[in-house]
Write a protein that binds this ligand. Structure first.
Ligand SMILES: [Zn+2]
Length: 454
């Protein structure tokens, strides 16, 4: 990856690109206008999914709504793929090339928040919310897919697929879909993610492994007979302590975080069951594997030392993204063509108020959503995605659009507030158009696919 191309070969490639059948700019303009014409409809779909706020693998209504939209647009939908009721593949067209567009639609626990409201106010305390904007993600991808489908239907060869991928947050639905072979014949995959800026830099990110560690002890009266008990909560705490000391002795880029999901029933009962939920991350899965073994050893040691037993269940894992510079450059030029967007006075007021609630916001200001971030190579994002496992099998390209007020981090109530409002929709439209243009490029330029695969 990132090998530079010799000048002579680059010349051959650029000549090939010119001679390939290129969509006329009127084609493209018509496609962009088509997306704009359906703006209110897509805003409605995104808002409905935002309202459903269904967490991973439980996205029954969200998945059904997207399937229904795709069927109505003329796609063939196969639902319940790879053993997951909410996973689906929608197909249009036939033959080569096969281009995939990826959609997500799961919410996050506990991030309920009223739309476009600049103070923390849950619709219902403790319930899920779209704090990663996946309501926009699934709908923006729908908008791109429908626009490209209309372009294909006008007489272009090839197969377009929309992948409805559940449980991006923790459940890694795409990993199961890749394992099922659903991406086997795909030539390239186009995706996006909501963010606080417009950016098409081909970035990698962090590989992740997550698991629940379960400790089993012996219950006893905590005052009358503590000597007869063996505390599962002690084991959880001992494990956490060891892992927290380990932080000093792992590579700097490592991220380890946990919550205690079960800590006992009452203080006067020695807990006979306790559970912690761990995520560990590193930019290289091979390094992470070794760190993970040490975390498991800490759990084993904690069980041994507290007289309890331990088992653990890995409930998700994903590689670090393999970025594709060739496709990244195409996505970037299309993002520049589409451009950013302005806020209305009401949106500016909301954005200013919302920014006051942020801790240590990064140096990205209101107004930056009007621009496109310059393309950077070699960037490493701080999060993880199951799209990474797709990227190691099929050339994959992503764009980030400014659906959140500049400075707003994902996985926050502030992000939920943006994802349910007009700013979210504006960012979603940027992504939809950029992805549609990029997908059409892939359909019309076989040399581009070859270069991306190389
Ligand atoms: Zn996300």
């Amino acid at each position: 990856m990132h090998r530079s191309i010799p000048a002579t070969l680059a010349l051959v490639l650029s000549v090939a690109a010119v001679s390939a059948q290129q969509p006329s700019s009127t084609d493209r303009d018509a496609m962009l206008r088509g997306i704009d014409a359906k703006r209110e409809k897509y805003a409605g779909v995104a808002k409905e999914i935002w309202g459903f706020a269904e967490v991973g693998f439980q996205e029954l209504k969200s998945s059904a709504l997207l399937q229904q939209q795709l069927k109505a647009a003329g796609f063939n939908v196969t639902a319940g793929v790879a053993g997951m009721p909410t996973a689906f593949v929608a197909t249009f067209g036939s033959g080569k090339p096969v281009i995939g567009i990826v959609g997500e639609f799961d919410a996050l626990p506990g991030l309920s928040q009223e739309a476009q409201t600049p103070n923390h106010h849950a619709i219902e305390d403790g319930t899920p919310g779209h704090g990663c904007g996946h309501n926009l993600l699934g709908t923006g991808s729908l908008a791109a897919a429908v626009a490209v489908k209309e372009w294909l239907a006008a007489g272009h060869p090839g197969t377009l697929r929309y992948y409805g991928t559940p449980a991006e947050e923790g459940g890694a639905g795409k990993v199961y879909m890749v394992r099922e072979g659903l991406f086997k014949d795909v030539d390239a995959v186009v995706a996006w993610h909501p963010g606080d800026r417009n950016d098409a830099s081909p970035a990698t990110n962090l590989a992740v492994i997550n698991a629940k560690f379960r400790f089993h002890g012996i219950a006893a009266h905590a005052a009358a007979a503590p000597q007869r008990g063996r505390s599962a909560l002690d084991a959880v705490e001992a494990m956490d302590y060891m892992v927290n000391m380990m932080r000093e002795h792992v590579p700097q880029e490592t991220r380890i975080h946990y919550i205690i999901t079960r800590g006992g029933a009452a203080p006067n009962i020695v807990p006979d069951f306790a559970e912690s939920y761990y995520y560990a991350r590193h930019p290289d899965m091979r390094v992470l594997d070794g760190i993970w073994d040490r975390i498991v050893d800490a759990a084993k040691g904690a069980a041994l030392g507290t007289g309890t037993t331990m088992d653990f269940e890995i409930d998700g894992a994903a590689f670090n993204v393999l970025p594709n510079e060739t496709l990244g450059r195409v996505m970037y030029s299309n993002l520049e063509r589409v451009g950013g967007f302005t806020y209305t006075p009401a949106e500016i007021k909301f954005a200013e108020e919302l920014r006051k609630t942020l801790t240590d916001p990064p140096d990205v200001q209101i107004g930056s959503q009007e621009k496109v971030q310059p393309m950077r190579l070699g960037a490493v994002g701080g999060a993880s995605t199951d799209l990474a496992d797709v990227s190691w099998n099929v050339p994959t390209v992503q764009v980030v659009a400014a659906t959140f007020v500049p400075g707003v981090p994902a996985h926050s109530w502030q992000a939920t507030a943006c994802a349910g409002g007009t700013i979210g929709v504006k960012g979603m439209m940027v992504a939809a158009k950029t992805m549609a243009l990029t997908t059409v490029d892939l359909f019309t330029d076989p040399a581009l696919i070859q270069k991306a695969k190389a």
